[in-house]
Design a protein around this ligand. Structure first.
Ligand SMILES: *[C@@H]1O[C@H](CO)[C@@H](O)[C@H](O)[C@H]1NC(C)=O
Ligand SMILES: *[C@@H]1O[C@H](CO)[C@@H](O)[C@H](O)[C@H]1NC(C)=O
Ligand SMILES: *[C@@H]1O[C@H](CO)[C@@H](O)[C@H](O)[C@H]1NC(C)=O
Ligand SMILES: *[C@@H]1O[C@H](CO)[C@@H](O)[C@H](O)[C@H]1NC(C)=O
Length: 344
């Protein structure tokens, strides 16, 4: 009976019915998401404990059509490999480590897991198998352990940001071998030890060094004189000695933030970059006389040298007029406006 009914159907309609039925169960033939990438993403979702924010990661839909939260695929080369994973504010049901299946997304160039309070444990050294990574952000989580030295195997890295976690141990000295690195942002952790000598060998592309709010100690290596930093923030550590290597009139430095250390050097002998807009040296042991050149800085809008051992007349004029007595307070013998006049 059945076969005679079937026989009466035009074969093209039968084919259409079969295709429609198959589509209910199988991914569409036009799905762009690579099956290996989809599998890895679904494993990651599972390893995260299936947070509600990832409910859009629906196995029956295309991971590359823009509906999977935080996922994008390579549309430029039309390979549609998952190359960008940007997850933040995830409501993880319980504390978990960085999902191991992340290393099964080999085409990632951008990976960001930020502001996830239940993201704990160490940064897995296996992250180095993601050899196309350029931007790596693991900030504002609860990560612990050391920063793995294996990161120096990811030659494509441009930016590393692990700020505001609970990372401990030393700064990895091998990072300076990364040929395209533009900056590191490790502030707000519990990193200890000294700044490696090798950090003077960062490539020319390296312009941003942010290590504030850690437990770094020792002297700033003289090798750092070779760097041409736009932005340097070493505030709130226990650094000692000379920081004059961070200055230089022939550099492009815009921000030098060194507050709350025990740095001791002669401020009168540093060269000032014409582009300097922020100079915060408060709460150190810096001595000498403030350089006249400060009055010529056109962009200076943040300046504080209070709580040091400075002496002599405060240079008068230019943008320095913007700063009140609190920016100069508690020095050895600074004088002149906005402090009381110098004794003649
Ligand atoms: C993505 O795919 C799903 C299921 O296939 C579909 O419902 C949705 O409309 C698609 N979205 C876009 C932007 O193409
Ligand atoms: C993560 O850190 C925050 C702030 O320090 C804290 O309130 C929270 O309990 C931590 N979560 C875990 C799982 O450690
Ligand atoms: C620092 O970089 C700027 C450009 O960003 C350049 O003009 C300057 O010459 C460089 N200085 C040194 C000492 O390399
Ligand atoms: C300068 O630093 C001192 C000491 O920390 C502080 O009291 C003062 O408010 C600061 N001034 C400005 C303008 O930041």
């Amino acid at each position: 009976m059945i076969s005679s009914t079937m026989h009466n159907f035009p074969s093209c309609i039968l084919f259409l019915l079969l295709t429609l039925t198959a589509n209910l169960f199988l991914p569409s033939l036009s799905e762009k998401c690579n099956p290996d990438d989809k599998k890895a993403l679904l494993q990651i979702k599972n390893e995260f404990g299936n947070p509600t924010k990832l409910s859009s990661w629906d196995p029956t839909t295309d991971c590359c059509n823009g509906t999977w939260s935080g996922v994008s695929c390579d549309t430029d080369t039309q390979t549609f490999r998952v190359n960008n994973l940007d997850l933040f504010d995830l409501d993880l049901p319980q504390p978990v480590s960085i999902p191991p299946s992340i290393t099964n997304l080999p085409f990632l160039f951008y990976l960001s897991l930020t502001n996830i309070p239940n993201l704990v444990g160490a940064i897995p050294p296996s992250i180095s198998s993601l050899t196309k990574l350029q931007y790596l952000y693991f900030s504002q989580n609860n990560l612990t352990g050391v920063i793995p030295n294996t990161l120096s195997q990811i030659k494509s890295l441009i930016t590393l940001d692990f700020s505001y976690n609970k990372l401990t141990g030393p700064l990895p000295d091998s990072l300076s071998s990364l040929p395209n690195l533009g900056g590191i942002t490790f502030d707000g952790n519990q990193l200890s030890g000294s700044i490696p000598e090798s950090y003077g060998s960062f490539p020319d592309s390296f312009t941003s060094l942010t290590l504030s709010r850690n437990s770094l100690s020792g002297a700033i290596p003289a090798s750092l004189a070779k760097l041409n930093l736009s932005f340097v923030d070493l505030s709130r550590n226990s650094l000692v000695g000379d920081a004059s290597v961070l200055f230089g009139s022939n550099k492009n430095t815009q921000k030098i933030l060194l507050a709350r250390n025990s740095l001791a050097f002669d401020i009168g002998k540093v060269g000032l970059s014409a582009n300097l807009n922020s100079l915060d040296l408060r709460n150190n042991k810096i001595y000498g006389t403030l350089p006249e050149g400060l009055t010529g800085l056109k962009f200076l809008h943040n300046f504080n040298v209070s709580y040091n051992s400075l002496c002599g007349q405060i240079p008068q004029g230019g943008n320095l007029r913007r700063f009140d007595a609190y920016c100069y307070a508690h020095n050895k013998c600074l004088c002149g406006s906005p402090l009381p006049a110098c004794k003649t």
